[in-house]
Design a protein around this ligand. Structure first.
Ligand code: M6R
Length: 622
């Protein structure tokens, strides 16, 4: 959730750290801090609450801090409120006032994650004379490293290893030790961390976009490993303290893709990148008109052997699963369960080698999705990850991985990654149907050709965005919105509703249209906005009837339907038309106006679209 960066080299560290942090602000943004060290001198810490700009102002854009080695952090509060004293970096010694100033302590560090047994560890440290100035688990972690470092007079690598054996939870950690000027020590467990080198400089970050501008050659440090970082050098150690070799990976993402590129917000830019994200993803899965999943290693035999599919994910990725359920069941006739990862991991679902568990995740680091993947593997299921971030933990741990080619997604509200995941699931559904003999070649080819038309159709919807911009200004002061639909339209409603609430802060709910009458309809009053999704030919009249039931109780109606269903206009207050495609692929088109509606509503309400309150892009804690 929090963002971590580090740098050691020949240039001034603070401006580089601030620049890298600015690309991670989507991870957390309630406070930020830096610790920078000038040669042998003591490290200096500066912290600021609120957005990164306050830290940049406080340090004159980093120019006020001397030194070529440093670490930085943007925080998403878990333990302790978002105050200055709880902001990172934290130190192993005492700290007065705001926590900024020269660090006399042995160890200073930044951390992302949660330490589950922090209370027990804190008691232990209190018994050994340590005192605590903050409410954070990070301070406990750093003091524990300090305790081992001093007690056994061992070096940083062994002290960190001892800490890792003792601690339960997830963490990515970057530390500087007073006795090791110019060096940074990093470790991780279940929380991402990459290290890149170039031209005698070394960078460290919790996410690729932070350092993409500086280097594309990165190492993915593994769970329970330590990295010792010096200018232009990095050495990795395992839990025994033995040196290990890690492969270097080249990141192929375009650095410009992580910039706003003239758009007012990343979200708007990413909405407009959807035709390319969908096209690139489809092109990686369909070659010369044939589905080619060979890059994932998934074989036709494995697809034929599957008797049950479980799709596990969180948030919007779970909504992709909800849509995929209808498509896979409808095309391939296979039973599909869609589970929230946070629930799946604690259920006793029967799984076996004939269950294919598909984990969908943009970041590939979501803690619950990762835990669910591990549970699935332990219980003998085959696992497939649909992931956007190359080399992420879920991608590396799944038996098979299909990468979406959405490029870096910065806005907290996902758009292009969702769309890329949807078409990946669609292609998989067609392949399952095809290899299992549920579909003839002609139908398969027809569906693949239809999928290839989606990027242009998305473009056509984007060209009409002004209508949604206008409508959003009418609804900007609404208190409640209900998104309703049946079948695949229900799955689309779920995503439309989440998009709306997460960035506009308007209460919204998605309901299966037929379920409204069983309780929720009592919430409909004069002018409650009800958005009906009406893209499924066999179901739209039924949903329209449910909308009418709301209208007769005072609701204001918006209908989202396909070109051709012009009669919808006679029944609702505002209609949005989208191009036609095969019913199974409608989610790819219907979601676009709903993303735009959420975006413009958030803008109209004067909110921070890309960084909505309380949220973080990548949820690496449980
Ligand atoms: O990185 P993941 O796809 O695993 O993230 C899952 C959810 O946290 C994510 O989709 C979240 O719901 C987004 N904020 C939705 O816009």
């Amino acid at each position: 959730m929090c963002g971590i960066v580090g740098y050691t080299g020949r240039r001034k560290a603070a401006p580089i750290l601030l620049d890298a942090l600015s690309r991670l602000e989507y991870r957390g943004y309630d406070s930020a801090g830096l610790a920078v060290r000038d040669g042998e001198k003591l490290a200096e810490v500066v912290k600021a609450t609120g957005k990164l700009i306050h830290l940049a102002d406080k340090t004159d854009q980093g120019r006020a801090l001397e030194g070529n080695c440093g670490i930085g952090h943007t925080r998403w509060a878990t333990h302790g409120d978002p105050s200055l004293i709880n902001a990172h970096p934290h130190v192993s010694g005492n700290c007065s006032g705001s926590g900024s100033g020269e660090v006399e302590s042995e160890v200073v560090g930044v951390h992302n994650g949660i330490i589950e047994n922090f209370a027990e560890l804190k008691d232990k440290l209190l018994r050994h004379g340590y005192t605590f100035y903050s409410e954070t688990d990070t301070e406990v972690l750093i003091k524990l490293v300090d305790y081992y470092y001093r007690k056994y007079k061992i070096g940083p690598v062994d002290a960190i290893n001892r800490m890792m054996v003792r601690v339960r939870g997830s963490y990515a950690l970057a530390l500087m030790f007073r006795d090791y000027p110019g060096e940074i020590f990093a470790a991780r467990k279940d929380s991402p961390m990459i290290i890149g080198t170039k031209d005698g400089e070394t960078y460290l970050a919790s996410d690729v976009p932070a350092i993409l501008k500086y280097t594309r050659e990165v190492y993915y440090i593994d769970n329970l490993q330590v990295a010792r970082i010096a200018p232009g050098q990095v050495t990795f150690y395992d839990l025994n303290g033995d040196e290990v070799e890690l492969p270097r990976t080249e990141i192929t993402w375009d650095a410009a893709a992580a910039e706003r590129g003239g758009f007012e917000h990343f979200m708007l830019k990413e909405i407009h990148e959807q035709p390319a994200a969908v096209r690139d993803t489809l092109n990686s899965l369909i070659r010369d008109g044939r589905i080619d999943l060979s890059a994932s290693g998934l074989t036709e035999e494995e697809l034929r052997a599957a008797e049950q599919i479980d799709i596990v994910a969180c948030g919007s990725a779970w909504h992709v699963g909800m849509a995929a359920q209808y498509v896979i069941e409808g095309l391939a006739g296979l039973p599909v369960r869609v589970e929230l990862a946070s629930e799946f991991r604690y259920r006793q679902l029967p799984l076996n080698e004939r269950t294919l568990v598909i984990v969908i995740s943009q970041s590939g680091e979501t803690a619950d999705s990762l835990a669910a993947l591990r549970v699935a593997k332990e219980r003998g299921a085959k696992t497939l990850a649909i992931v956007n971030v190359i080399g992420s933990t879920i991608a590396r741990e799944a038996d098979h991985v299909l990468y979406t080619l959405a490029g870096p997604e910065i806005a907290v509200a996902t758009t292009k990654a969702y769309s890329a995941q949807l078409v990946t699931a669609d292609v998989l559904a067609v392949e399952l149907a095809s290899v299992r003999g549920m579909m003839d070649d002609a139908r398969r080819d027809e569906l693949l050709a239809e999928l290839m038309t989606l990027p242009d159709k998305i473009n056509r919807i984007l060209e009409e965005k002004e209508r949604l911009q206008w409508f959003s200004s009418k609804i900007a002061n609404t208190h409640d919105i209900f998104f309703i639909g049946r079948g695949l339209d229900y799955a689309i409603s779920l995503e439309g509703s989440l998009k709306m609430k997460e960035i506009s802060y308007i209460h919204s709910e998605a309901y299966a249209a037929g379920e409204l009458k069983h309780g929720t309809i009592s919430l409909i009053e004069n002018n409650t906005l009800v958005i009906g999704v009406l893209t499924q030919n066999d179901l739209y009249e039924k949903t329209l009837s449910n909308m009418m039931e709301c209208k007769s109780r005072g609701a204001y109606l918006m209908g989202l339907t396909t070109n051709g269903h012009f009669s919808v206009e006679d029944s609702v207050n505002f209609t949005v038309y989208i191009p036609k495609t095969d019913g199974f692929f409608m989610a790819s088109l219907a979601v676009i106006p709903l993303q735009l509606l959420a975006y413009y509503t958030s803008v109209n309400r004067g909110l921070d679209v890309d960084k909505p309150r309380n949220l973080a892009k990548s949820v690496t804690v449980e």
